[in-house]
Design a protein around this ligand. Structure first.
Ligand code: MG
Length: 371
């Protein structure tokens, strides 16, 4: 008999939540907020701790502490897909989609980080590195911003940090102020100059024909990416917009199960599939979503949470880019050491530090603790 692979039983999984005010009110086409809650998971085996997180309600702490932690405790820390399967089964009657997947994603990310730290390898190397550099795009441009703030943020990315692509929110007040949307797109183009790529995100605020009309009216802005022009649940609407405009149509940020991504791709709804590693089943689910996109010949882009997306992004051969989201960049810089520098438009996961390279500064987080 061959020897058993070395195992490290998972000893504990703990979760805590922190609510941090935004630097100013933020809003998009269909939502507005002035704080962001991050749920941090720490998984321990053989004296080593892995770190994961998701952005979601503090209620997820209970779901992780009461259900998902006990489900994976005692399992082999190197058998992350087995843990992911066990968590999905445990969530059957709770809800494998939505918030259940957010909680499982945070645990999955912590377990992959734990495995890499136990192996003393950078996480992207444990996953199987596909690239040294991960392209990013600046993302923010909230509908709540003044024109001055919008310009300042965009020029900060494009002229200050030399990131050659930036995204703004449109779809103001559920698509009821097209005029301001179009004006802001033109201001954004003016701010980033003729060469940088301009992306827009309506967060599902428009109707299909309205989205096409706005795209045509804002032609001069020269945008090349139209994210959720209509609700991502409206697959025929997305396809209609996709077939009617020159810009790429993207969606997928709310996908939590593999079938969500398969449906978006198979229905011809997207030119580029998006997936959020903190929602879609963690790194296990995210890399599978990347494979679904590749099989359909559509692009693939990482949604938000850049610090924890960097390692899987470096392991995704067909990745287009990763979202450098203002809100999360700021918050991750406040709570973690080891976040990356986007200068020049790419981030490069460390080849020196094991795991995801992040260190949780719990003392700095403590004042914001809500669970
Ligand atoms: Mg979006």
């Amino acid at each position: 008999m061959s020897a058993q692979a070395p195992t490290a039983p998972i000893a504990s999984v703990t979760a805590s939540a922190y609510t941090i005010p935004t630097d100013e009110p933020e809003g998009d086409g269909t939502f507005a907020w002035d704080s962001t809650t991050i749920v941090v998971v720490q998984a321990e085996a053989a004296g080593t701790t892995g770190l994961g997180y998701t952005y979601g309600p503090s209620a997820l702490v209970g779901l992780i502490s009461d259900l998902l932690g006990p489900t994976v405790r005692g399992r082999d820390a190197f058998a992350v897909p087995a843990c992911a399967e066990a968590m999905a089964r445990a969530l059957r009657n709770v809800g494998q989609a939505g918030a259940g997947a957010y909680a499982a994603s945070a645990v999955d990310c912590a377990l992959w980080d734990l495995a890499a730290r136990l192996a003393d390898l950078p996480l992207h190397q444990l996953l199987g590195a596909a690239r040294d550099e991960v392209p990013v795009y600046g993302s923010g441009g909230f509908t709540t911003y003044t024109y001055e703030r919008l310009t300042e943020q965009l020029t900060g990315w494009v002229l200050g940090e030399h990131i050659p692509r930036a995204k703004i929110k449109i779809g103001q007040d559920r698509g009821t102020d097209e005029e301001r949307d179009i004006e802001r797109m033109l201001i954004a183009r003016e701010a980033i100059g003729p060469d940088a790529e301009l992306f827009v995100d309506a967060n599902g605020a428009y109707t299909p024909k309205q989205a096409v009309r706005v795209a045509q009216a804002a032609r001069e802005a020269g945008f090349t990416w139209f994210e959720e022009p209509v609700s991502s649940e409206n697959l025929t609407g997305l396809r209609f917009v996709r077939e009617s405009i020159a810009a790429d149509v993207a969606a997928g940020e709310y996908g939590t199960r593999l079938v969500d991504f398969e449906r978006l791709c198979a229905s011809g709804a997207v030119d580029c599939l998006q997936a959020d590693v903190t929602r879609c089943g963690g790194i296990t689910g995210w890399l599978r979503a990347a494979a679904v996109a590749a099989a359909h010949g559509v692009g693939f882009s990482g949604h938000c949470a850049p610090a924890i997306s960097a390692a899987p992004a470096a392991a995704a051969p067909t990745l287009r880019h990763l979202e450098w989201f203002h809100d999360h960049v700021r918050l991750e810089g406040m709570l973690f050491d080891g976040t990356l520098d986007p200068e020049g438009g790419t981030i490069s996961p460390s080849t020196e530090r094991p795991g995801n390279g992040l260190t949780f500064r719990s003392a700095d987080a403590e004042p914001y603790r809500v669970a």
